[in-house]
Design a protein around this ligand. Structure first.
Ligand code: ADP
Length: 267
């Protein structure tokens, strides 16, 4: 009968609608949980340097008659406030990145320019450790996405390579290209990452046992920014590392093809 026909057609549609709504709600709740976690983590991470600065200020105050102690405590205050500054910067960066979708209005982003800015950004830290940062490969390429985000990702990889390397070593930034992707590899001869921790380093605030190596004042947010940028650009990021020998991080992003190139490619 006609009415049965209608029911049969409506029911699966209704069921699908309900299912879609449930999925939507589940997703919403998951997003909300992640956000709550993030806020809790940020508050926790902020309390550590703020608490330390407070204690050190007290110590400086009490040590007024002892110039050596004042010097020592104030040096540590500087370190802690630098850490706090970096943390605040990276939290702002991360939340800004999460606000916009780079593929909504993608533009060609010059890899040469991105690498130049990334290398420049680490130049002072590299020079102070006599680390040479060298580049190789074809840089005259564009990826498709958001320039600020791609630059932030590559700059984080170069900054890490410099901070987890021994003085006098070399950091190499190289690019490779195929039809669809541009891969940017950052290779260091640094401390490497223990095999049992490598899966976790892209998590927010995760740092390889900070006691094991010299404190570098990192925040644990850099690689989560890289991972986020890779994901939102439809690319990915891989790490290969041997403890005590070095690490290679490879960020792969979709290539921008000019109209002419894509016409040639489809021929
Ligand atoms: P951080 O601010 O601590 O550098 P990241 O999220 O950038 O935070 O990195 C997370 C952790 O991964 C670092 O604390 C460090 O232990 C490890 N790591 C990242 N890059 C490297 C590298 N190039 N060599 C060795 N370890 C690294």
């Amino acid at each position: 009968s006609p009415s049965r026909h209608v029911t049969a057609r409506v029911a699966p549609l209704g069921a699908r609608l309900v299912l879609a709504l449930v999925e939507d709600r589940t997703r919403e709740r998951r997003v909300e949980a992640v956000r709550r976690d993030f806020v809790a983590n940020v508050s926790h991470e902020l309390k550590t340097p703020v608490g330390a600065i407070r204690l050190l200020a007290d110590a400086v105050h009490d040590a007024a008659g002892d110039p050596d102690a004042v010097k020592r405590f104030s040096a540590r205050m500087l370190t802690e406030s630098d850490r706090l500054t970096r943390l605040v910067q990276q939290v702002i960066e991360l939340s800004r990145l999460q606000g916009d979708d780079p593929l909504e209005t993608p533009v060609p982003v010059s890899i040469a320019e991105v690498i130049r800015i990334a290398v420049d950004t680490s130049a002072i830290d590299a020079a102070s450790k006599q680390i040479s940062v060298v580049t190789s490969g074809t840089h005259d390429l564009d990826v498709l996405g958001n320039e600020e985000q791609v630059t932030a990702a590559v700059a984080n990889l170069v900054a890490n390579a410099v901070s987890y390397s021994e003085p006098g070593s070399t950091v190499l930034v190289s690019t490779k290209v195929d039809d669809q992707h541009v891969s940017i590899s950052v290779v260091d001869q640094g401390i490497g990452i223990p095999a049992d921790e490598i899966d976790r380093i892209f998590e927010r605030f995760y740092r390889v046992d900070p006691a094991r190596h010299r404190s570098t004042g990192g925040t644990g947010l850099g690689l989560s920014i890289v991972k986020h940028v890779a994901a939102t650009h439809g690319g990915d990021v891989h790490v290969w590392s041997v403890e005590g020998q070095g690490s290679t991080f490879t960020l792969s992003l979709p290539r921008y093809l000019s109209v002419r190139e894509s016409q040639e490619a489809s021929r």
